[in-house]
Design a protein around this ligand. Structure first.
Ligand SMILES: *Cc1c(COP(=O)(O)O)cnc(C)c1O
Length: 380
C-alpha cells in the first residue's frame, strides 16, 4: 500500500465516487519491479506476461523501459504494439492457437511462437514460414500456490520430436520453455526444470538441431499473507542451476514474469455489504463484500490465493469469518474452508483494502453478472 494509492483513495472518497469497488495500481511499483528483475537476472530478456494486467498504462510503461511481451492472443499482440513495443519484442506464447490467428500474428510481424505438439507446428509451418518456435515441456509445479496442471507442455522426449518436425518443415527450432507454476515460493524450482531442459538440448544436438534459447517462464511470487523470497534470490538460484546443467555453454534465456511484475502494485478498495450469522449459535460470522469471485477475485478459487485484507479496525480483537462476494451464485465464497480472521468491530458500510491485487484481477471480472459492473481500475 503506497502513499500515492492512499492519496488517490482519499480523493475518490471525498468526491463521493466510492460507490463501487475499484483497483488502484501504482505504476512506480511496477517500474521498481521491472528494474528488480532486470538486475536480478541481468542476462535474461524480460517478456512481461500481458495477461497478468494488460492495462495500457502498464504496457506503455514497460515498453518504455525496454521490456518485451509474452502474449496469448492477437488482441494482446495488438495491445503490446499499441503500447509502443515493436513486433520483434513480442512472443506469441500460447501453445493453443487458431491457424488464422497465427497468420494474423505473422502479418503483424511476430516471429516467435510457442508450441507443445506436432499439430501446432504444422499450423505454424503453413502460415508463418521460417518463424522461430520454442517447445514447452511439462513440469509438475510442486511448491506453487497456483499450479498450472498438465494443460500446457509435453514430455521432454516428445519435445525433441516436435522440434525435429519444426526443423524439417522449415521453421527455426529455437529452444524450449517451461513454467514452474505461478506463485512459486521455492527458489530451487527452476533447478529440476533446467535438468530436463538440458536433456532436450542434448537429444536435439544429436539430431543436428542446435537449440539456442531457454524460456524460464514466470512463477515469481507476490507477497500475500506469507513472506516470499526477494527476486535476487531467484536470480542467484536460477543462475546456479544454469551453470550446473549447461556448464559454460549457457544458452540465451528469457523470463516471463506476470504476477511478480504487477501483483504488489495494486490494491482493491471494497465495501462491507452485510455481516450476519446463520444461527444464534454460529461462531463464524459471514462477511459479504461488494466484490467476490465474479468481480475480480477469481484466484480465490479453491482458496489458493489468500489476499491480505486491511481495515480501519486493525489492531482490534480478531475473529474467524467466512468471506463472500455479493452475487447470487453460491460459488461466490472466497474463504470458508479456512476462515479469514477479521476484526470483531468491523461493521456494515466499512471499507476494506485488499492488497496484492495488481495481477489477475481486473480482467478476471465478469462483464455484468447479476448486473454488477466489471471492476473499475485506475493506474496512477
Ligand atoms: C501466465 C504465464 C506467465 C506468467 O506467470 P506468472 O506466474 O504470473 O509469473 C508466464 N508465461 C506463460 C506462458 C504464461 O502463460
Amino acid at each position: 500500500m503506497t502513499e500515492r494509492i492512499q492519496e488517490f483513495l482519499r480523493h475518490r472518497r471525498a468526491e463521493g465516487r466510492d460507490t463501487e469497488p475499484c483497483l488502484v495500481v501504482d505504476l512506480d511499483v511496477v517500474r521498481e519491479n521491472y528494474f528488480a528483475f532486470a538486475t536480478a537476472l541481468p542476462d535474461s530478456r524480460v517478456f512481461y506476461a500481458v495477461k497478468a494486467n494488460p492495462a495500457p498504462e502498464v504496457l506503455a510503461l514497460l515498453a518504455s523501459l525496454g521490456s518485451c511481451f509474452d502474449t496469448a492472443s492477437v488482441a494482446e499482440i495488438e495491445m503490446a504494439l499499441a503500447a509502443g513495443a515493436t513486433a520483434d519484442r513480442i512472443s506469441y506464447g500460447n501453445t493453443i492457437k487458431k491457424e488464422r490467428d497465427i497468420a494474423r500474428a505473422f502479418a503483424l510481424g511476430i516471429r516467435l511462437f510457442a508450441v507443445d505438439s506436432t499439430a501446432e507446428v504444422e499450423k505454424i509451418a503453413r502460415v508463418a514460414p521460417g518463424a522461430r518456435v520454442f517447445c514447452r515441456i511439462l513440469y509438475d509445479c510442486a511448491g506453487a500456490e497456483w499450479p498450472l496442471s498438465r494443460k500446457f507442455g509435453c514430455d521432454p522426449e516428445m519435445a525433441v520430436e516436435v522440434l525435429d518436425l519444426a526443423k524439417r518443415l522449415g521453421l527455426e527450432a529455437h529452444g524450449i520453455s517451461f513454467h514452474v507454476g505461478s506463485q512459486q515460493r521455492k527458489v530451487k524450482a527452476w533447478d529440476r526444470a533446467l535438468a530436463m531442459a538440458v536433456t532436450v538440448f542434448r537429444d536435439c544436438a544429436e539430431r543436428g538441431i542446435n537449440l539456442a534459447m531457454v524460456n524460464l517462464g514466470g512463477g515469481f511470487p507476490t507477497r500475500y499473507l506469507k513472506d516470499v523470497p526477494p527476486v535476487v534470490q531467484y536470480g542467484r538460484s536460477i543462475f546456479r542451476a544454469l551453470r550446473k546443467h549447461f556448464g559454460n555453454q549457457i544458452p540465451e534465456t528469457i523470463i516471463e514474469p506476470g504476477r511478480g511484475m504487477v501483483g504488489n502494485a495494486g490494491v482493491i478498495e471494497a465495501e462491507v455489504v452485510l455481516i450476519s450469522k446463520k444461527s444464534d449459535e454460529d461462531e463464524v460470522r459471514w462477511v459479504y463484500l461488494d466484490i467476490g469471485k465474479f468481480g475480480g477475485l477469481a484466484e480465490t478459487m479453491d482458496e489458493s490465493i489468500r489476499y491480505p485484507i486491511r481495515t480501519a479496525h486493525d489492531g482490534a480483537e480478531m475473529a474467524p469469518c467466512v468471506l463472500a462476494g455479493p452475487t447470487c451464485d453460491s460459488a461466490d465464497v472466497m474463504y470458508e474452508k479456512v476462515p479469514y480472521m477479521l476484526p470483531v468491530t468491523l461493521e456494515i458500510g466499512d471499507k476494506v483494502l485488499i492488497e496484492g491485487t495488481g495481477a489477475y484481477t481486473s480482467t478476471y471480472a465478469s462483464v455484468a453478472f447479476n448486473g454488477f459492473n466489471p471492476l473499475k481500475s485506475y493506474h496512477i
